[in-house]
Design a binder for this molecule. Structure first.
Ligand code: HSE
Length: 413
């Protein structure tokens, strides 16, 4: 019999307990032994819960109980999760977590402790909600050198962008619905400013390239500057705007990595990913492109990944060797100024013909876009591929009464 403790009874924690008891019988067959949740840790009272006798407010009760061999941390954030996870691993308990902030910040440290203590540290639920991606990346695709990863990694922003594209809904209203549906982080800035997607691409890049990538080293932009006008220009030229996290193997052992809204052509496998769905494209040197798709947020999809990790941790007790990466200085991350891509640019001009000549001089040949009810003095165009530094420099030189209203990178996946 394996005894489990669930830390946190919020959206994911309550989903974890629900999925666990709903499928307990089949989980036990898969784990090869009886399973039970012995404790649920939460600071709140749940007197009406059918599991009320399992609740504790004292983490030390769990830590000091030798019967508990697997701890599921689903509290989120760094405090107190960091201390709970670290002390659980140090005490020889396996830990599974959905906490991307914690894994992105402390993954290398926890993986090293897990290895030393011969226990597991699993985090399938930290990226892509219910989509299996961590295990496929480190196990099923292990024959490959991973050349590139690009993903729609945040359900909330994808939900908001979908509402803007399909319904012309404004940003605030779409965010409110996402929050009501339980997709959004406690602080919506983590979603809309790109930090959540950043943590997830850090975890994937660390796994794919073998060295810890810290969120502070990643150029990160959110979706708050995207307007309905941008959405219309892109839609009328068969493109969609998506928040993309991407990481790519570069020369001399370096990688490029970033999170930003991107214009994607409709033919791309990522362009048709809508609502709360996530998709992660992995480009392996043997497989070519493999795309993982599914619900990237929400109670039960995320709980699915947590519970699967619990079963794996029970089934493969005393192993954690295949899932690993090294801690590192961040000198293998290429300067984002060298990142190369085309750009969509929207601007207002005092004199359209003069500004078109300026654009040609600064950006070379560009492709102009149009939209319904386009104001006479507004231009939107797509440049050729340039480095980030070159694009920023050229944009700064736009003059003669023209003002840039927005720029979105164009990616080719
Ligand atoms: N807030 C996150 C999202 C939850 O919207 O994707 C899942 O990590």
């Amino acid at each position: 019999m394996a005894k489990i403790a669930v830390l946190g009874y919020g959206v994911v924690g309550s989903g974890t307990v629900e999925v666990f008891y709903k499928n307990k019988e089949s989980l036990e067959k898969k784990a090869g032994q009886e399973l039970d949740i012995k404790y649920i840790l939460d600071v709140r009272d749940f007197d009406d819960s059918p599991y009320k006798e399992k609740f504790t407010k004292d983490f030390n009760v769990i830590l000091n109980d030798p019967e508990v061999t697997v701890v599921a941390e689903v509290i989120g954030g760094l405090k107190p999760s960091y201390d709970f996870v670290k002390s659980s691993l140090m005490a020889g308990k396996s830990v599974v977590t959905s906490n991307k902030e914690l894994v992105a910040a402390k993954g290398a440290e926890f993986l090293a402790i897990a290895k030393e203590k011969n226990v597991n540290f699993f985090f399938e639920a930290s990226v892509g909600g219910g989509i299996p991606i961590i295990k496929p990346l480190h196990a099923c695709l292990s024959a490959n050198e991973i050349d590139e990863i690009a993903g729609i990694l945040n359900g909330t922003t994808n939900f908001i962008l979908t509402k803007m594209i399909r319904d012309g809904m404004d940003f605030e209203k779409a965010l409110k619905i996402a929050q009501e549906l339980g997709y959004a982080e406690r602080n919506p800035s983590a979603d809309v400013d790109g930090h959540d997607a950043c943590r997830k691409i850090c975890i994937l890049a660390s796994l794919a390239f073998g060295k810890h990538v810290y969120p502070e080293s990643v150029h990160t932009e959110g979706i708050t500057k995207i307007t309905l006008e941008d959405v219309e220009y892109c839609d009328s030229s068969d493109c969609k705007i998506k928040l993309i996290g991407c990481a790519k193997r570069e020369d001399q052992g370096k990688i490029s990595i970033g999170v930003f809204p991107a214009v994607i052509r409709d033919e791309s496998q990522l362009a048709g990913v809508n609502d709360v769905f996530n998709a992660i494209l992995v480009r392996g040197d043997a497989t070519g492109d493999v795309v993982f798709y599914g619900k990237g947020a929400g109670k039960l999809p995320t709980a699915s990944a947590v519970v699967s990790d619990i079963v794996s941790a029970v089934k493969h007790a005393n192993t954690s060797k295949s899932l690993t990466w090294a801690d590192s200085a961040q000198d293998f991350i290429k300067d984002f100024g060298d990142f190369r891509c085309a750009s969509y640019i929207r601007l207002t001009a005092k004199n359209v013909e003069v500004t078109k000549a300026v654009i040609k001089a600064l950006f070379g040949e560009v492709t102009y876009l149009s939209r319904k009810n386009q104001p006479e003095n507004e231009l939107a165009f797509i440049t050729g591929v340039m480095s980030e530094n070159e694009t920023v420099k050229a944009a700064e030189k736009v003059s003669d009464g023209a003002e840039i209203l927005g720029r979105i990178r164009v990616l080719d996946y």
